[in-house]
Design a protein around this ligand. Sequence first.
Ligand code: IMP
Length: 462
Amino acid sequence: MPPTESTGIAADPATLIDRLGLKPGHATIVGLQWGDEGKGKVVDMLAAEFDAVARYNGGANAGHTVVVGDQKYALHLMPSGVLYPGRVNVLGNGVVIDPEQLVKEITGLRERGLTIDSSTLFVSNRAHLVLPYHKTQDKLQETAYTMPNALDQSVEGIGTTGRGIGPCYADKALRSTAVRVVDLLDMDTLRHKLHRIVPIKNATLKALAGFTGEPFEPIDPDALLDWLKPLAEVLIPHVADTAGLLHGLTKENKRILFEGANATLLDIDHGTYPYVTSSNCSSLGAHTGTGVPGHRVGNVIGIVKAYQTRVGGGPMPTQLDDEIGDRIREVGHEYGTTTGRPRRCGWIDLVALKYTASVSGATTLCVMLVDVLADLPELKLCTGYKIDGQVVDRFPACSEDLSKIEPVYETLPGFAGPVDQCKTIAELPENAQAYLKFISDYLGVPVVLASVGPKRDQTAVG
Ligand code: IMP
């Protein structure tokens, strides 16, 4: 399918799909670090050549910034395909939907002239709703957990985004206190449901507030319903059986791009537990989170930042608390899209990446923010972990072990900037190419794209 809008790399007649060497069929895009790798830019560029974009996990804790011309779009819930006219955009059953945030994004994009209607945006009827009490519970839970007790004066919290993600997925697992998108279709039944759930929530919140010394205001189920009604009116035209829709598209040989939010090291099962989010954000989640089985997806595009960042709690072996870390943060604008929090920055961690590339089954790599490393005298890459005097290249299951690690580095010479006009990897300075080759060789996965600036046309491919 031809791009409907210039991707800035369309000068080459081959499609981006061809230039990235993708096999026919669907593809998953997944972050391989702790999030904020720049997935949104690659999804946005590829969306031009796919028929549908489907998000499979997470909620408004994610943040994608996409720059198109002089327009900047900060999306939290919307699949990045919304910026291309005529694409099918899906929020799958694995996503947790904050109705207020989704309506805000829909109306915000409409005000900027984009068509968001019932033929371009589909929200799974099986997805779960994040309600205001989830956000209250999220914050109270963090406060409660980090309070001093008889044994510890303080402990590190998960450092959540406060968007209610954990409590919403917890309710999904509990079942009796969950509210799903499908419930918006019948306000009478929803009223009965909220009258059962809200008193339980009030009891939980009251206990947490009492424990932490925070004020407590009970929620009125009817007031909650009144708040939900106008939001439901906007959302109802978009509610669909999205698994059925995606199977139908697959049968018609349409191509689907599965868009992961957050990233593999934040995956609840495979990430740095407990400092993770509450969903399967590795590529494995694409299947449970949309209802499309694994054998349908032959391409997994692993998105890697040229260095490492992390926001929130939890160990990060290559963290730099020095002027290089500060410089990376300033040049890379490493502040959260969702919370504005400064991100911890450090050298790329190939031990962690080897683990996540295998868990997510990356077939192709895109290395983002390469320009941020320009003009540093030397570049370090972590190739081993020293634990108790022994060097290992395994990624530990336990965050306590990860926090004890001393990274072992390989040092390569730096490269001079600017690099933002390079259109192919071969045009990059030799030392930058050597840096990318080192990553590719270590992980055994080809690097097919290097991002050299925030805009679509600041991209070196092939
Ligand atoms: P939660 O997802 O709000 O529960 O946060 C759990 C952890 O995941 C915290 O350390 C967050 O900072 C982190 N996190 C969640 N989503 C993202 C993301 O999109 N980028 C980076 N970190 C994230």
